[in-house]
Write a protein that binds this ligand. Structure first.
Ligand code: FNR
Length: 197
């Protein structure tokens, strides 16, 4: 197929944690996922805590930190969100970051960017509602979404240790499988979808 774009691994993955808390359990989960990732995936964090509040009056002259944030997304092959649930949605800090990434109109850094997501909460539904909201937002942002494994993790104290290792065997197996499937998903999107049209 002449217009099929094939991007061989490794793939660079920008990992965006929805929590800005130093003690974040979602950052712990993100670090564990990075450690479990197959070799094809080169993961690094893209931080959101330096961003001011999005203001469309700044569309013509984005502040440097917002430009750097957008560039980090643009230069990643794929994005992995690891987010808490706040009041049955995503945290405002994460929505703010996504708003920066999506603008100015026509320059949406998330468009066509393969996106996976995961999250953890002490609560029983493990960020399921927040992730449904995030999926709706990513859909509007034209980001191809991984759907075949949903990672709603009920956090238990000590579930991820200080070496970023998952201490519960069944959870480790589940998360390892997720990262393998995420790798497959990224490969599928980057192989099949023509990138320049
Ligand atoms: C929460 N928390 C929470 N948990 C949940 O499962 N569903 C929810 O809707 C909410 N809402 C909520 C709102 C706000 C403002 C806070 C601060 C917390 C609890 C939340 O899951 C818990 O604080 C996690 O530790 C947050 O994740 P990080 O920041 O530790 O990654």
């Amino acid at each position: 197929m002449a217009d099929t774009y094939q991007h061989e691994p490794p793939y660079t993955v920008g990992v965006i944690v929805g929590s800005t808390a130093a003690s974040s359990i979602n950052r712990r989960l993100a670090k564990a996922l990075i450690k479990l990732a197959p070799e094809d995936l080169q993961c690094s964090f893209i931080e959101i805590d330096q961003l001011g509040l999005y203001d469309r009056d700044l569309d013509a002259s984005y502040p440097p930190e917002a430009l750097a944030f957008k560039e980090a997304i643009s230069s990643s092959d794929a994005i992995l969100f690891v987010t808490p649930e706040y009041n049955r949605s995503i945290p405002g800090a994460l929505k703010n970051a996504i708003d920066w990434a999506s603008r100015p109109y026509g320059q949406n850094a998330l468009s066509r960017k393969p996106v996976g997501m995961a999250g953890t909460s002490p609560g029983g539904i493990g960020t399921a509602v927040a992730q449904q909201h995030l999926k709706a937002i990513m859909s509007f942002c034209n980001a191809p979404l991984m759907n075949d494994v949903e990672v709603y993790v009920q956090y238990q104290e000590g579930m991820v240790d200080d070496n970023d290792d998952v201490t519960i065997d069944s959870t480790k197996e589940f998360l390892t499988d997720f990262m393998q499937r995420y790798d497959d998903f990224v490969r599928r999107v980057l192989t099949v979808v023509p990138q320049n049209r």
